[in-house]
Design a protein around this ligand. Structure first.
Ligand code: SAM
Length: 377
């Protein structure tokens, strides 16, 4: 016995080598997971090389997050060779990943519903619970899937920025439309959005448009793309932009009945709830007046690269895709019931040809005037 034990390791030594506690080894022995194949004359555990190899395998599975019972099944199954074991392990991991993905999807759905599911007094329609940057803390992770710079609109923004060398991008999100050939500083209040800025993007400050942490006239220009409608106080934000920069360039929409809600078929025919969401907001004319600016129409190309709300005006089936909707806050803001209804009705109208019939004049256009505006001051 002692001769055999001479080539064995004590429990203390194995614990030291494997980086686990003696207690863990005792436990593994008690449950039959890693049994030392010998005992010293005094009855102490003695581990042979094969025991240590088995322990190494067990710990490798442990590090991958497997439970002890799963590990026992893996290492004890005499029918599995190493490749079969790895395949089994891979299968288990994929299963876990799918279960985790399903849980994340459920949590996201629940979060979205909680963000919007506030009923009005008449119990009929829903009102958004969160707005502005708080909303982007919930929906921001889905943003980059379809939101990116549309070069033709970027060219219009660039022209409006004129000869500005230093540019402040307010409500910058992931950095779309930030001109690469100018010195840019970004402002973005949502941490989720800031975290999604690509490597090498302009430096980004956590702040709100309404209180820009910069001295007067510290930039040649300040720009804001597709964000003013999220600000708690748009007029105050625009005045702040005016204060810190000589020039102001804002991409927004004319939310009036005639300007946008009637022009854009998605609102007009499928999402009347939008009217309630924009009620009480300053008009685009009020915004322009606040900074002494002028308004320039922005046409949306039929194959717009940026997936903003209006982008799929000539590709209506786009709105039937969940990732397209999830990257646009309006779909969350109208609430899940309105969203489900709009998608169902649009799908039915596309199938029956009713959409095509109603929007016959759009199908021929390469770019559409849907009430989007560049405010230049
Ligand atoms: C539709 S995203 C636009 C992002 C980016 N400008 C783009 O074009 O992709 C709106 C952004 O406005 C930000 N935002 C919301 N409230 C804001 C505020 N008060 N001041 C500045 N940004 C705000 C949101 O966090 C979000 O990142």
């Amino acid at each position: 016995m002692v001769g055999v034990v001479a080539e064995h390791l004590t429990v203390g030594r194995v614990a030291e080598l494997a980086g686990v506690s003696v207690r863990t080894l005792h436990h593994y022995d008690e449950i039959g997971l890693v049994r030392p194949s010998a005992r010293t004359a005094a009855g102490y555990r003695a581990y042979a090389a094969a025991d240590v190899a088995r322990l190494r395998e067990v710990l490798a599975y442990r590090r991958l997050g497997f439970g002890l019972r799963e590990i026992a099944a893996l290492v004890d199954d005499p029918t599995t060779d190493a490749i079969a074991q790895l395949r089994q392990l891979r299968g288990l991991l994929l299963d876990r990943r799918d279960r985790a993905a399903a849980m994340v999807a459920n949590i996201d759905r629940e979060l979205r519903e909680r963000v919007t599911a506030v009923e009005t007094e008449d119990g009929a329609t829903e009102r958004p619970r969160l707005s502005g940057a708080e909303l982007y803390e919930v929906i921001g992770a889905d943003y980059p899937a379809t939101r990116r710079t549309e070069p033709r609109i970027a060219a219009q923004v660039n022209a409006a920025l004129g000869d500005a060398r230093t540019v402040l991008n307010v409500g910058a999100g992931t950095g779309s439309y930030e001109p690469a050939d100018r010195e840019v500083v970004a402002v973005e209040p949502s941490a989720v959005m800031r975290a999604r800025r690509p490597p090498g993007a302009a430096p980004c400050v956590a702040a709100h448009a309404e209180h820009l942490p910069f001295p007067d006239q510290s930039f040649d220009a300040a720009m804001a793309f597709s964000t003013v409608h999220h600000w708690r106080d748009p007029l105050a934000g625009l005045r702040e932009m005016r204060r810190v920069a000589r020039r102001v360039v804002v991409f927004t929409h004319d939310a009036s009945e005639a300007g946008w809600r009637q022009r854009f078929w998605l609102i007009r025919d499928y999402l009347p709830e939008v009217a309630g969401l924009v009620a009480g907001r300053p008009s685009v004319v009020d915004l322009a007046r606040a900074v002494g600016g002028r308004l320039e129409p922005v046409l949306i190309p039929w194959d717009c690269a940026d997936g903003f709300f209006e982008a799929h005006w000539r590709r209506p089936e786009g709105y039937l895709h969940e990732p397209v909707r999830r990257a646009v806050s309006m779909w969350t803001r109208v609430g899940p019931a309105a969203e489900r209804r709009a998608v169902r009705e649009l799908g039915a109208d596309l199938d029956s040809g009713r959409w095509a019939e109603r929007n016959r004049d759009l199908v021929e256009l390469d770019a559409a005037e849907l009430g989007l505006r560049l405010l230049i001051a």
